[in-house]
Design a binder for this molecule. Structure first.
Ligand SMILES: N[C@@H](CCC(=O)N[C@@H](CS)C(=O)NCC(=O)O)C(=O)O
Length: 211
């Protein structure tokens, strides 16, 4: 049995961790807990995740929440040889963090999750078409930032190297498409390239077994 366990399937945040694990070639076991299902109510899950959120990742005695922090941990702990999810130099790592935080805060937290909270989850968080519309407008403005960065034709967000920032950006682009947000052509093509990676496909089949 692996020392690593990932709790969570069927969500973009959980998918980030599955994808990172696959990119790094790490073995792990998956606990197929989906959000807002009875699997979240079991004593077993509530012991692991009192905040009732996925993903949760366990590595031996270490337990981590927050998809981006988990992926960052994996990158820093297990990146080696040709399996790296961030640059090895300090400046490159700072740039990678910069883009990762940008995507996590500006695209995920401030745009897409606001649309979700006050749209699909309005029964819990309150219905607000104003919040949904404003968050959509904000998404359009913010997604233009990585579009401008990649206008020089670079294959990845940081340039020539695939990093965890690509994992975060790709998951937010997929989410944006699902929410019928206007994603720029350049980023649509980039997203298709990312989804062709074999690690992406392996992660997808684990995280979305019904699709
Ligand atoms: N910022 C967290 C968000 C975690 C999160 O909200 N997960 C959702 C599924 S994508 C969840 O478990 N929601 C259950 C709930 O809020 O009740 C992360 O990136 O891991």
């Amino acid at each position: 049995m692996s020392r690593r366990t990932l709790w969570g399937i069927g969500s973009a945040r959980a998918f980030r961790v599955h994808w990172a694990l696959q990119e790094l070639g790490l073995d792990y076991q998956t606990k197929p807990v989906r959000t807002r299902t009875p699997a979240m109510e079991t004593p077993e899950f509530q012991l692991v995740s009192p905040r009732k959120k996925i993903p949760v990742f366990e590595d031996g005695g270490l337990k981590l929440f927050e998809s981006c922090a988990i992926v960052s941990y994996l990158a820093r702990t297990y990146g080696a040889g040709d399996k790296q999810l961030m640059p090895i130099d300090a400046a490159g790592q700072a740039r990678c963090d910069e883009w990762s935080y940008f995507v996590a805060t500006e695209l995920d937290g401030t745009s897409l999750y606001v649309i979700r909270r006050h749209g699909d989850l309005s029964e819990i968080y309150g219905e607000s078409s104003v919040a949904v519309d404003c968050a959509g407008e904000y998404f359009v403005r913010q997604v233009a930032v990585p579009e401008a960065e990649m206008a020089d034709g670079r294959p990845y967000l940081l340039g020539e190297q695939f990093t965890m920032a690509d994992i975060f950006l790709t998951t937010c682009l997929t989410w944006g498409i699902r929410y019928e947000q206007p994603v720029p052509e350049l980023l649509l093509a980039y997203r298709v390239r990312m989804t062709e990676r074999s690690a992406y496909k392996s992660a997808f089949s684990i995280c979305y077994p019904d699709l």
